[in-house]
Design a protein around this ligand. Sequence first.
Ligand code: ATP
Ligand code: MG
Length: 221
Amino acid sequence: MPILELKGVTKEYGQGHTLVQALKPTDFQLEAGQFAAVIGPSGSGKTTFLTLLGQLQTPSEGQILLHGKDTSLLKEKQRADLRFNHFGFILQTSNLIPFLKIEDQFRLIDRLSKKDRLDLDSLIELLDLKGTLRQYPKELSGGERQRAAIARALYNSPDIILADEPTASLDTERAKRVVHLLKEVTQQYHKSVVMITHDTRLLNEVDKVYEMQDGVLTEIR
Ligand SMILES: Nc1ncnc2c1ncn2[C@@H]1O[C@H](COP(=O)(O)OP(=O)(O)OP(=O)(O)O)[C@@H](O)[C@H]1O
Ligand SMILES: [Mg+2]
């Protein structure tokens, strides 16, 4: 059984003559341990697709199944619990909490989470974050902020990591390391990743590649 599945999912924004069909009817399956990438031009619907997967918004039509269970009838509180327990988000806008030092971003998860977390020292080591722990997000460079956001997304050991351009503000070497890290996480912990990227040089480590064009998702590898 796929860990996450879309059946005939669409997403429309606006209404009347301002109506945009950002996602055309889409079927998609993500298996446990699978690393999928989505490429495609700006405005084609990639973020829309990712936020639907992550229960950040609801589809206009169709069903989204998590571990085989339809999520469409859930109440907002249940949806929020699903998001916290199953998903790790690495979004285009940094999703760090502005008024918490980096170390406290992790402590907050310690307080909220009932699950086993990943080993924090290894995450900090792997993402080269030692020097940032006592700082606030606004005191970091774009790349440091991005790496801290990645560590925070991984720390609660989500089943599924959803990453929107996670390497956008990183140099090529760090970008490769981040993708390699995501790959390691899928293998060692049997997690799944869906990553949006513009950088086709980063695709050799992923299992499947999809392309989004005008709201149509096509598997290309
Ligand atoms: N909240 C919204 N309200 C209205 N239209 C929206 C909204 N979010 C996205 N859109 C529209 O839906 C389409 C797809 O947007 P989306 O953000 O999914 O694209 P994208 O592929 O992620 O682009 P980029 O690579 O620039 O991030 C665009 O035409 C966009 O203008
Ligand atoms: Mg986007």
